[in-house]
Design a protein. Structure first.
Lengths: 233, 233
């Protein structure tokens, strides 16, 4: 068990593309930016909780919600700027053992899952930790069966899972990330790599309007657990 | 364009295991069994819509909802009975070109998607057609990157998708299925195989209580499209 120093970084451009201004758009009763800020605040594991944005207005709104404001250069907030570049610029300014990138587009993430993610990092020595969804389903890749055989049907519980990266939470060891970036190596999947499986209903990534509806639906369903009712036969 | 004769088969045991009696449990305002029956009825493409169950009571309830009742032998309704066996027994009794298996556990399937699935079959000469979810996400399999490289990060739109089989709808050509089964060959993925991608929000498979919450949530969100509201900056 290490006692790493963690800081949270919440990237939040004001000029998002597919869903315009999504970071300030309400998802049910809160703007999207508020979800990861409250999640990080509700934990006592972070030495700092920073919203990384090019926008003075969004930065000030984030401060009202309890976060700190890291103003990213406008050149790192274009559609072509990569997360390795803005993360590197952020890490130059904020010492820590690990930075935990929390995305506003994953508002369904639970406190308990985030704490288990941090425990997993504490218990290991990773350079990068990704959050993934593990799925045990018959899967094709390039038109061919990946984890099953066409000649037999087995219980899906026995299938080897695929693990899809979901970007809800990503951890990078600061020293390794900076070293790789400075050496011209891509640090995003760099070094000793950990994969942490999160529950499927916490993974919704808000890429499209359809995703927005799904997320609102899941969140509503969590709040109003319905009783079990059955048809009479 | 063929004009195949389609019949719908809705398998529905009363004694489900993971979620007890799920087929008669209410999902919002309707029992689960009602969703595929109404979906099939609302189309004019089926020569018959059959609920395939071992239960006299469930069969009669299905008839009240507008379906026909195929009573499956009790020996084909145990936990170890396979869908190839009960589908074969069903096909022995019901002539058609294709049987379309609609699962009660996919209540989010839309009419339009089902019709496009039938069009896809009409336009081809498949023995088996599976419904799949295509996902463009960085995916690991057996601990190794499947469709991406650790040394570069590309836009996820450029990734080759994985396609996971979801069992929302499955089509089998009756003649081929019966021939394979009688020859001792597994017909479930047999012969000329088609894969039909359905939208992600229609794919929820009700395996667990968590899935149940997600499905209720998505369905609620579909009914009450929320207006877009933004935080003031």
């Amino acid at each position: 068990m290490h006692n790493y120093k963690y800081i949270a970084m919440i990237p939040a451009r004001l000029g998002s593309k597919r869903i315009p201004k999504k970071n300030i758009r309400y998802l049910l009763d809160k703007p999207l930016i508020q979800y990861p800020i409250e999640l990080a605040l509700s934990s006592n594991r972070f030495s700092g909780i920073w919203v990384n944005t090019e926008s003075q207005e969004l930065g000030q709104a984030a401060m009202k919600l309890g976060a700190q404001f890291h103003r990213r250069p406008a050149s790192l907030a274009t559609d072509t700027a990569t997360n390795r570049d803005f993360t590197y610029e952020f890490l130059q300014n904020h010492p820590c053992d690990y930075v935990i990138m929390l995305n506003t587009t994953s508002p369904l993430l639970r406190q308990d899952t985030m704490n288990r993610f941090l425990d997993y990092i504490d218990e290991n020595q990773f350079d990068t930790v990704l959050s993934v969804i593990a799925e045990k389903e018959e899967t094709f890749f390039q038109g061919r069966p990946l984890n099953f055989s066409l000649t037999e049907k087995v219980n899906s519980q026995l299938l080897e899972p695929t693990e899809a990266v979901v970007w809800a939470m990503t951890a990078w060891k600061r020293a390794s990330f900076m070293e790789m970036q400075e050496a011209g190596i891509n640090p995003v999947f760099g070094g000793r790599l950990g994969r942490f499986a999160i529950p499927k209903d916490e993974a919704c990534d808000l890429d499209t309007e359809e995703d927005w509806n799904i997320a609102e639906g899941i969140m509503t369903a969590r709040q109003q657990h319905s009783e079990r009712r059955y048809m009479e036969l």
